[in-house]
Design a protein around this ligand. Structure first.
Ligand SMILES: *[C@@H]1O[C@H](CO)[C@@H](O)[C@H](O)[C@H]1NC(C)=O
Ligand SMILES: *[C@@H]1O[C@H](CO)[C@@H](O)[C@H](O)[C@H]1NC(C)=O
Ligand SMILES: *[C@@H]1O[C@H](CO)[C@@H](O)[C@H](O)[C@H]1NC(C)=O
Ligand SMILES: *[C@@H]1O[C@H](CO)[C@@H](O)[C@H](O)[C@H]1NC(C)=O
Ligand SMILES: *[C@@H]1O[C@H](CO)[C@@H](O)[C@H](O)[C@H]1NC(C)=O
Length: 614
């Protein structure tokens, strides 16, 4: 397995080197040697609660012009927890939430104090980037519960320069509190938070450009999150607030009326199944909520324009990577939900990731499956840290092969077809009609996307299950979990494995290509595979998270759901322990989460079932 991985990376590196050498020999584009050998800068713009599925990107023309048109949009990028703080901690540490145990916004389950207590303040991305020779800068919201009373106890580590938004004023668009380096917090009452942030970001950019060192700069505005005013321990949530100059834009915009928007019958599981149809007053209010999100994003879009112009003026645009993403997705009205996040539905978990930079395909869209835990390893790789050096950071994610997305050799496809989404605790929706808190919002979910299949499988702490076949039911309206004996067929792709289509790996550990045939099975056989995959992923660490099928089949031969569906494995999967909960808990208490994966449960361990390959 090691040898195969090395081979894959050798091939990918060859492509990167080829790309560079092509660039260098293209006369007019030639850059001074110093610049081309210098490590690249990385600028990461991270919004808060932005959707991919309600069209918000269409309202950001500068993002399109400067980043998307010059770079690649990763259409199947996912967060691994659809809630700000846990999602960010997983992103900054490159670890699944079950390995960070930062699972909520506030202690004891989450928040900045929990991040510190878990030992991550000395062991997360900015510290590692500094070790790789980078100057690191941060403006905006880092983590929830980093506040005016605990920001210096201790200070967030790893930043050459920082200017953090602090609770309880993080989401006050017109009364933000920022805290710079080791200075005291400063209140910006009356000023528009994103505009203040843009000034600060350009300031850090100037600092960074003055020094002869590569830099990493994150700009993390609160838009388009709701405005939150905290007083005497009560949080008053209202619509996102735009800058004055954007207040009257998009008067006609409405949440897209997709088939799953306020549908005639309820869907999902647990509390979602009990939601009433929304009436006209509710719909009107939520549409205004939506418009204010779009308006609040305008100042972010303008900031992107200023940052790119500044880089261009300094002659540094070509040696810089720009990443645009958000912490988690957002939902308004789909499945009758009030504004909010935290579910495993596509609106909440499938989020924007757009990247431009040297050697990255321009104006390109890719369908490879990636997640937020892949970002730390990807940034480290751009900073020149090798995968061997990265092993000491115990990352659960993979390096995204950004430079070869449009030329991935079909015999060496991206192996990842799964995303594990986790959640613990209580769900809180927003807006005038969304104040109800639902407890027991604890679940484990699995997205699997490969050639001929596109699935969401969820197990709730109530032991309810959901299964959606998104090749036929894109809007996740028809839970087919209970239709056990119904046939489930996967057709062979008609034009072979295309670079553009989602593809699972299709060859054995010895490099032998398996024939890809149509598969006829049943939903219960499919569920047995998905459940076993989830059993591995709910406790996985490092390689197990990247190659879960190899944990199930350590002797090789199975690298994808398609291969695992072979009827020779029916008995093996039928008899695996199932994912189930003993109880609903507020956080990650393993004793309440049923069977845990161990190597003894793998296929190799079943002597009477040794399979010798096709
Ligand atoms: C604005 O924030 C400051 C603290 O930074 C606080 O003292 C003040 O009361 C806030 N103003 C309003 C109107 O909430
Ligand atoms: C609409 O629904 C909300 C929430 O259920 C309710 O409070 C309100 O009274 C309803 N309005 C009308 C006009 O029916
Ligand atoms: C696989 O299924 C597709 C779609 O149902 C069909 O067109 C094709 O002929 C099948 N191929 C084989 C080899 O059975
Ligand atoms: C939440 O889960 C707990 C423990 O599993 C159970 O006792 C309780 O009745 C559930 N509450 C609701 C509202 O479903
Ligand atoms: C996660 O944190 C909670 C709250 O501190 C704690 O009770 C629980 O035991 C922790 N879980 C693990 C697996 O360490």
């Amino acid at each position: 397995m090691e040898a195969r991985k090395r081979l894959r990376w050798t091939v990918i590196w060859c492509f990167i080197l080829m790309w560079w050498s092509l660039g260098l020999t293209d006369g007019s584009e030639q850059k001074p040697i110093r610049q081309s050998v210098k490590k690249p800068n990385i600028i990461f713009i991270l919004t808060d609660d932005q959707d991919l599925h309600m069209d918000s990107l269409s309202y950001m023309p500068f993002l399109k012009e400067h980043v998307a048109d010059h770079g690649t949009s990763l259409q199947r990028h996912y967060c691994t927890v659809a809630l700000c703080c846990p999602s960010r901690v997983s992103m900054w540490t490159g670890k699944a939430a079950h390995n960070t145990n930062v699972t909520d916004l506030h202690p004891p389950w989450g928040g900045y104090p929990k991040f510190v207590r878990q030992g991550f303040n000395g062991a997360y991305l900015p510290v590692w980037l500094q070790d790789a020779g980078y100057n690191t800068y941060y403006v905006g919201k880092l983590l929830n519960a980093q506040s005016t009373s605990n920001y210096d106890n201790p200070h967030a580590a790893g930043w050459t320069g920082s200017d953090f938004l602090l609770d309880p004023y993080t989401y006050e668009y017109y009364n933000a509190t920022f805290q710079r380096n080791h200075d005291s917090p400063i209140s910006y009452q009356g000023r528009y938070s994103t505009d203040v942030m843009a000034e600060k970001a350009l300031g850090f950019l100037d600092d960074a450009l003055e020094v002869d060192r590569p830099f990493f700069l994150t700009i993390a505005p609160t838009a388009p999150h709701s405005n939150v005013h905290i007083k005497d321990d009560t949080a008053e949530q209202s619509m996102a607030r735009p800058a004055k100059r954007h207040e009257h834009l998009f008067e006609d915009a409405k949440v897209p009326r997709t088939p799953n928007f306020n549908p005639d019958r309820p869907g999902g599981a647990s509390w979602i199944l009990t939601l009433p149809l929304q009436n006209q007053s509710n719909l009107d209010y939520n549409d205004e909520w939506y418009r204010n999100r779009l308006r609040a994003l305008q100042a972010v879009d303008e900031m992107i324009d200023s940052v790119v112009n500044r880089l261009e003026k300094a002659g540094m645009l070509e040696n810089s990577y720009l990443f645009f993403s958000t912490d988690n997705g957002y939902s308004i009205g789909q499945h009758r939900r009030q504004p909010g996040k935290q579910c495993a539905f596509e609106e909440d978990v499938n989020i924007p990731l757009i990247v431009r930079g040297p050697g990255i395909p321009k104006g390109y869209r890719t369908e490879i499956v990636t997640s937020h835990i892949d970002l730390a390893p990807t940034f480290l790789s751009l900073a020149g840290v090798s995968e061997a050096e990265m092993t000491k950071y115990e990352l659960d994610g993979s390096v995204i092969p950004l430079h070869v997305l449009d030329s991935m050799p079909s015999e060496q496809p991206w192996p990842q077809e799964h995303v594990n989404v986790e959640m613990w605790g209580i769900i809180m929706s927003e807006g005038r009609y969304g104040y109800i808190l639902y407890p027991n919002h604890t679940y484990k979910a699995l997205r699997v996307i490969g050639t001929g299949y596109d699935l969401l499988y969820t197990v709730w702490c109530s032991n309810e299950h959901e299964l959606y076949d998104m090749t036929k039911d894109r809007w996740q309206m028809d839970n087919i979990y209970d239709a056990g004996s119904r046939p489930f067929n996967i057709a062979m792709p008609t034009a072979g494995l295309s670079n553009q289509s989602p593809h699972a790996s299709s060859f054995t550990s010895t490099g032998q290509v398996l024939s890809i045939a149509n598969i006829s099975t049943t939903i219960s056989r499919l569920v047995a595979r998905l459940d076993a995959l989830l059993l591995v992923l709910k406790t996985c660490k490092k390689d197990e998270c990247r190659f879960p099928w190899s944990a199930l089949h350590p002797a090789g031969g199975v690298r994808s759901l398609r291969e695992a569906l072979d009827s020779r494995f029916d008995e093996f999967y039928r008899t695996r322990p199932k994912v189930q909960y003993e109880r609903c808990e507020r956080g990650y208490l393993p004793a309440s989460e049923g069977a845990m994966w161990d190597d003894g449960m793998s296929f190799r361990a079943m002597e009477h079932e040794v399979w010798t390959g096709p």
